[in-house]
Each structure stands twice: as structure tokens, then as C-alpha cells.
Design a protein around this ligand. Structure first.
Ligand code: ADP
Length: 161
């Protein structure tokens, strides 16, 4: 039988507990979950390089079954077909995520109708959590416990201070 592979794409600058919650919940649904870290960020500057973002994700998902972390560049839908995935996985937080996600999902459906986009509602504990808020909080010298894995907190502090 064909493997059910999900691609979970994002910038992951850096990975948060909200991201990991989505990966953990996807594992029982799919045969493989590929966390795909975007090399192209549309000109948006990142705190961490692509190599650093990938390495942090690899470290924090080391003990997850069926999970791989890779970088990708170019069109997401092309990458999804390259790795034989059937699903694009995205997390949804507030309603503010919706419009952009709806647009992306519609475009991807138009580009390749055999690939579905699946949205998972955020866990309520991570409703307000985003990589950018984590960076802002960190820059103010606050504790990141409950927002990011310990290893990531160390990396952010090393980068900022
Ligand atoms: P992008 O720049 O593509 O939005 P992100 O790294 O910000 O990349 O997010 C990757 C995915 O993870 C997106 O689908 C986003 O909605 C989701 N996500 C981000 N933060 C959370 C969270 N706290 N809970 C659930 N999903 C989240």
C-alpha cells in the first residue's frame, strides 16, 4: 500500500512547542511526517540560518518516530510531489491565520489537485505562541519556559546576548 506522507512546511525561526505539538499529533495519522524547513523566506530576514533551523528541529525531534527534517527551496507543491507526499499539514491558531492559509491552500489545490492541505487547530495552550513572539520575549530578557524546548531557549540566548 502507498505510504501516507505528510509535509509540514514552515520557517521555524525557531521551532516552538506549538510546532512540536502539531508534529506529535500528526504522527499517529501518517506513515511519515516530513518537517520541511523553508530556505526561501520571501526576503523576510530570519534570526537563525537555514542550517541552524534544521539542526534545532532535528535535535528536538530526535526521539520522534516516523519523523524527518529537511530543508526545501522553491515551490512547496513541487517539493511535496518530489517526496511523494499526499498532504500538506498546517497549524491554525487565531482567525488571523485563516485568510493567508485559505489563499495558500487554494493556490496549492489549483497547482496540484491530488494534494490536500490539512489544518490542525492549535492546542489551546499554544494559541498565542509564534516564533516572532518568542523572539520578542527573548530580546526583553524573559524566560522562555513553556514556549520553546530548553535547547532552543539556549540557542536564542546565545544568538541575542
Ligand atoms: P510560516 O512562515 O510558513 O507560517 P511558521 O514557522 O511560522 O512558518 O509556522 C509553520 C506552521 O506552524 C504554520 O502552519 C503555522 O500556522 C503553524 N504554527 C505556528 N505556531 C503554532 C502554534 N503555536 N500552534 C499551532 N501551529 C502553529
Amino acid at each position: 500500500m502507498l505510504e501516507k506522507i505528510a509535509v509540514y512546511p514552515g520557517t521555524f525561526d525557531p521551532v516552538t512547542l506549538g510546532h512540536l505539538d502539531i508534529v506529535e499529533r500528526a504522527i499517529p495519522i501518517f506513515d511519515r511526517v516530513i518537517v520541511a524547513v523553508a530556505k526561501d523566506t520571501g526576503g523576510k530576514p530570519t534570526l537563525f540560518s537555514i542550517e541552524e533551523r534544521i539542526q534545532m528541529l532535528k535535535d528536538v525531534t530526535m526521539n520522534y518516530p516516523k519523523t524527518e527534517v529537511h530543508g526545501f527551496s522553491g515551490l512547496l507543491i513541487t517539493y511535496v510531489k518530489e517526496v511523494n507526499a499526499c498532504t500538506i499539514l498546517r497549524g491554525l491558531r487565531a482567525i488571523s491565520d485563516f485568510e493567508h492559509e485559505f489563499q495558500m491552500a487554494s493556490i496549492n489545490k489549483r497547482l496540484n489537485s491530488s494534494v490536500e492541505t490539512l489544518f490542525m487547530m492549535t492546542n489551546e495552550s499554544y494559541f498565542f505562541l509564534s516564533s516572532s513572539s518568542v523572539k520578542e520575549i527573548a530580546a526583553l530578557g524573559c524566560n522562555l519556559k513553556g514556549f520553546v524546548p530548553e535547547l532552543v531557549e539556549k540557542q536564542i540566548k546565545k544568538k541575542l546576548f
